[in-house]
Design a protein around this ligand. Structure first.
Ligand code: BES
Ligand code: MN
Ligand code: ZN
Length: 501
């Protein structure tokens, strides 16, 4: 999708469709029946206001978030159509909502076969912030995972114009950066969407290599021999049961002229299919376990964005990719494995495999000199029990690191919620025969999984993101298709930018 900035008056913009945001200025009322919306178009432009006036006064528009109204041949506008998208309460309106409004506009218009439109940046928000939110949200809305359908329509928006006021060069720069982030998020979603027969560890590694060559990243891929040679006993214990070879993907962004430290390590869980192994999962819903590599795909997409945005800080992306399969070679409950760090692990449940591959991934990142770590993983069903589908779980061993991450997360407009990692939980992962067990049992399952990872992050500041409930949209929404969401990528980019000199 091309993005352009226009400083023209909205009424003067020639376009297939001009999109404006409608906000409700009514004061909140405690009595439901007294609630009458007071709707206004969020622009100072009188031409747009006057075309929308009758419709908004008619009482037909409720102003509820994502409601759309389309007018043809709007009098006084050069645009062929005017699309009004409601954004809910004016008081609460933020760039978080604007991203979704932009996504809704894209999905509404593309389903009608329209390929280009212009969106009026709403008044009351700094123009640069609006431009970023609109471009990111539009990219999210433009993605449809329908490649394998013969009836796919290939209807995408090709051109987006943002009608705003301000310094054109600065707004174009913002739009360009947001486009890189939006495209990278969709790159991740493409990887996640592929089924496991078309996204083996080898194919995932090839995609990372191809992307790295395109954007100028160093990318190394190690196979079973190297994984064993490096004594990654936890990673290998998962990989040993599969006929598909595993891949350890290492992408390095090492810009010239930056200090030797910090080195940020982004570590992703890349289970291309999780059957559960010998502790096999029930058949119902098992097909969804093709998205168990979403954390890894997020890191590959994030490295793409970083290589193109060029922040002045070193970053290493690591993906531990393997299937988790039952077979005659598979590990069994009760087995003891020695991780790369030397810690011994008693395997209680072979379905708790994500933490095993990440244990070695995190330790390896530290060996490579990473001073700060972030991992992303579809790690536990328990995080879905705790937080549902709206929030990803955040865990950390370092409050300063968390403050930085929280600021980045808020800027990126992604919902995440911190969960605790108190020493009390450590009891649940004690083993009688080894250093730790790989499953802490039923209670606080997302936390005990994170406690396990903490054993391998040790004293390195570390953030763990459990995206099991948020990496896949169970239903479509007005602003996003059903399927892979690309969650966490934007927060990671903001986080990395926060370290740049
Ligand atoms: N990949 C799953 C977690 C998952 C569940 C991701 C639902 C997405 C949606 C993970 O490997 C897993 O199987 N976790 C187990 C851990 C248990 C055996 C301790 C779980 O959550 O049940
Ligand atoms: Mn599992
Ligand atoms: Zn898994």
């Amino acid at each position: 999708m091309n993005t352009n900035i226009s400083l023209s008056a909205p009424g003067e913009v020639e376009t297939e469709a001009l999109v404006a945001v409608v906000l409700d200025h009514a004061e909140p009322s405690p009595v439901e029946k007294d609630k009458k919306p007071s709707l206004k178009v969020a622009t100072a432009d009188s031409a747009v206001q006057s075309v929308a006036a009758d419709l908004l006064a008619s009482g037909e528009v409720t102003g509820k978030p994502f409601e759309t109204n389309l007018l043809h041949k709007p009098t006084g506008l050069k645009a062929k159509r005017l699309l009004l998208v409601s954004g809910g309460s004016a008081k609460k309106f933020s760039s978080y909502d604007l991203r979704r409004i932009a996504g809704t506009a894209v999905r509404t218009l593309k389903s009608r076969g329209i390929r280009s439109f212009a969106l009026v940046a709403p008044s009351g928000m700094p123009a640069e912030e609006s431009v970023r939110a609109i471009v990111e949200g539009a990219h999210v809305g433009n993605f449809d995972p329908d490649y394998y359908r013969s009836d796919r329509k290939d209807q995408n928006i090709d051109d987006l114009t943002i009608v705003a006021r301000g310094d054109k060069a600065a707004l174009e720069k913002a739009a360009n950066e947001a486009r890189i982030i939006g495209e990278s998020q969709n790159f991740t979603r493409d990887l996640v969407n592929e089924p496991s027969n078309r996204m083996t560890p080898t194919i995932l590694a090839e995609r990372a290599k191809k992307m790295s060559a395109e954007v100028g990243l160093k990318c190394e891929v190690y196979g079973a021999d190297k994984i064993k040679e490096m004594k990654m006993g936890a990673f290998w214990s998962v990989a040993q049961g599969s006929d598909e070879p595993p891949a350890l993907i290492v992408m390095t962004y090492d810009p010239a002229g930056v200090p030797a430290k910090p080195v940020l390590g982004l570590v992703g869980k890349g289970i291309t299919f999780d059957t559960g192994g010998i502790s096999i999962k029930p058949a119902d819903g098992m097909e969804k376990m093709k998205y168990d590599m979403a954390g890894g795909a997020t890191m590959i997409g994030a490295m793409r964005a970083i290589a193109l945005l060029k922040p002045k800080v070193k970053v290493i992306g690591i993906v531990c990719a393997t299937e988790n399969m039952p077979s005659g070679k598979a590990q069994k409950p009760g087995d003891v494995q020695i991780a790369m760090s030397g810690k011994s692990i008693e395997i209680i449940n072979t379905d708790a495999e994500g933490r095993l591959v990440l244990a070695d991934g995190l330790y390896y990142a530290r060996q490579l000199g990473c001073t700060h770590l972030v991992d992303a993983a579809t790690l536990t069903g328990a995080v879905v029990v705790a937080l549902g589908y709206a929030n990803a779980g955040v865990f950390t061993n370092d409050d300063d690191m968390y403050s930085r991450f929280q600021a980045a997360n808020a800027k990126a407009g992604e919902k995440m919620w911190r969960l605790p990692l108190d020493d009390e939980y450590k009891e649940q992962i004690r083993s009688s025969i080894a250093d730790i067990v790989n499953s802490g049992g039923r209670w606080g399952g997302a936390i005990t999984a994170a406690m396990f990872l903490k054993e391998f992050a040790e004293d390195t500041p570390w953030i763990h993101l459990d995206i099991a409930g948020t990496a896949w949209m169970e239903d479509q929404k007005p602003w996003i298709a059903k399927g892979p969401s690309g969650i966490a990528l934007r927060s990671l980019i903001e986080f990395v930018k926060g370290f740049a000199v």
